[in-house]
Design a protein around this ligand. Structure first.
Ligand code: DAH
Length: 344
């Protein structure tokens, strides 16, 4: 019999309805709103309701009928949404979304390449601290006490007082000292790392950059061995036709010392704006380890000799990819970094 409770109960039952298929929705529609449906039934009974109750029941019945119709429509719409979503995810011909992969930083790529070349020659990797003392950065490397590199102008000091000030290393040559102090002979290492110098930032200079130091110590190591090692490296790095030339130079920790140029990999020696018309590009400094340096680390220069070299990773990377402004490497502009996405 029609009653407030009955209508209320049916209203709550409506809220609970669920259907997974079109057919089930149709069955529910017939059950509720069909010719013999429950709501239709109530409308039949409504005829017998007393006139004073007609208004109240009339409104409630209409609300129930509207709610039932809305519920049926809602279930149909939900089913359509699922069908559409299903179609989209199962369209096997649709191309996948491109994944935006990150790229390695060009300095990392270059460092790894330098390391892998020297590993092939039998070198292992050694590392040391970025915060160093004066002894490992200067003293043991035969820098005279008044050498300008020790000056505040070039070096960032962490703790400038005392006879062995603490500072940020200005070159990775400090790692050769640590290696000589702690390793058995012979030694064949490369030392990649970050270095710090108090320089104004420009297209050609930065206060933080990266170097790779190399050190080879054994009996009977000669300048010819140094030259051969550098030539093999240059050819692996810049291509098999690369030539090198050595110019006499000076470093406190090597004697004799040289700077090494490679033939310009852009114009192949003809002269262009990258090599400033000379056909040559400077890549590193090197030399035979000074006997004073060997002695400072407890190695007898009468028995052992060795060579060392040091190069800037940014510089090698600039030459390799013709990057004209050093600052690109530090600004992390995604448009620059993305250019290296395809370099494996
Ligand atoms: N330490 C030098 C620099 O920072 C680079 C260098 C030159 C390293 C000659 C060496 C070398 O080992 O033999 O500029």
């Amino acid at each position: 019999m029609i009653s407030n409770e009955k209508i209320q109960e049916m209203m709550s039952a409506l809220g609970e309805l669920k259907a997974a298929k079109e057919q089930e929705i149709e069955e529910l529609r017939v059950k509720w709103l069909g010719k013999k449906g429950e709501i239709t039934q109530l409308f039949e009974e409504f005829r017998g309701v007393s006139p004073e109750q007609k208004k109240e029941f009339g409104q409630k019945l209409n609300a129930l009928k509207n709610a039932a119709q809305a519920k049926i429509e809602e279930m149909k719409a939900a089913l359509n949404d699922i069908a559409d979503a299903g179609k989209a995810s199962f369209d096997l011909t649709k191309p996948g979304d491109r994944m935006d992969l990150g790229a390695r930083h060009p300095i990392s790529i270059t460092r790894e390449e330098i390391i892998s070349i020297f590993k092939k020659f039998g070198y292992s990797v050694a590392e040391g601290p970025e915060i160093e003392d004066d002894w490992h950065v200067f003293g043991a490397l035969n820098f005279p006490p008044e050498h300008p590199a020790r000056d505040m102008q070039d070096t960032f000091f962490v703790h400038p007082q005392g006879d062995n000030p603490i500072l940020l290393r200005t070159h990775t040559s400090s790692v050769q000292v640590r290696t000589m102090e702690s390793s058995n002979l012979p030694i064949r290492v490369i030392c990649p790392g970050r270095v710090f110098r108090n320089e104004a930032i420009s297209a050609r200079a930065h206060c933080i950059f990266h170097q790779v130091e190399g050190l080879y110590i054994d009996k009977n190591v000669s300048f010819a061995d140094l030259k051969q090692a550098i030539l093999l490296f240059a050819r692996e790095m810049f291509g098999p036709d690369t030539q090198i030339r050595m110019r006499p130079s000076y470093f406190p920790f090597t004697e004799p010392s040289a700077e090494v140029d490679v033939s310009c990999n852009i114009c192949h020696g003809k002269g262009c704006n990258i090599c400033k018309g000379t056909g040559w590009l400077e890549i590193l400094g090197c030399g035979m380890v000074d006997p004073n340096v060997l002695r400072a680390s407890g190695i007898d220069p009468e028995i052992y000799s060795g060579f060392a070299f040091g190069m800037g990773i940014e510089r090698i990377a600039m030459l390799k990819w013709q990057v004209k402004d050093l600052r690109h490497y530090f600004e992390n502009d995604i448009r620059f970094l993305k250019e290296f996405e395809t370099v494996i």
